[in-house]
Ligand binder design. Sequence first.
Ligand code: HEC
Length: 219
Amino acid sequence: MHDDTTRPKNGPSRDELLDHDYDGIQEYDNPLPRWWVMIFWASIVFAPIYILFYHFGPGLSEHQQYERSVQAFYERQAKALAALGEVTDETLLTVKANPAMLSRGGQIFRAKCSPCHGMFGEGNIGPNLTDDYWIHGAKPTDIYHTIFEGVPDKGMLTWKNQLPPARIMAVAAYVLTLHGTSPPNPKAPQGTLVEPAETPVAPGAETPRGETSPPRTGA
Ligand code: HEC
């Protein structure tokens, strides 16, 4: 196995064995390929430029870039909210009429709220959100407020630190569309009956999206 005669003898003529031998391993004294040498020199030239730019110069680290984009995001959200004005029943109904916001709200609901309220709002640990019974009020602003502040002693999380206000508005609007739907396995009602006529959602709202129901404010 260690026999030198097994080495290829027909390689390029510059193959020249160096005269050392480690456990039977010998090596040729060939120059490195040109592409390799080029990359080697290029990385030597690149390294100090990189270090100067990112560690001492104006280059932003990934962390700083992330912070900046998050900052910019919240500034945009704040502007959009300021444009909407303070959160009122009307603003929430406007959000409810906006399909893009509603579909965002639906995503948030399925991701964050469904473990406790069920995939269709039918209730689980948390109350049924589709019936006419409400513990904390049925008005859009009541619902927004319950989500925003939570009911920590009763197991409803506080979302104001988890979700920016625009998302709480989106998910509150989505909850409004759940009202009046008939999901499978509904949880028994909790809270007090709010007559459908008094609730801001038209009783005809059948689809979870409820885009067809005309917004109606409390009587
Ligand atoms: C860890 C479980 C849990 C999660 C997650 C949760 N909730 Fe709740 N939620 C509850 C409980 C429990 C209550 C009932 C509080 C009470 O009895 O006062 C509740 C109450 C509510 C109410 C008031 C219902 C009423 O009858 O007045 C609304 C609206 C609501 N949640 C919406 C949401 C939304 C939207 C989300 C997602 C952003 C969410 N919840 C996530 C457990 C949860």
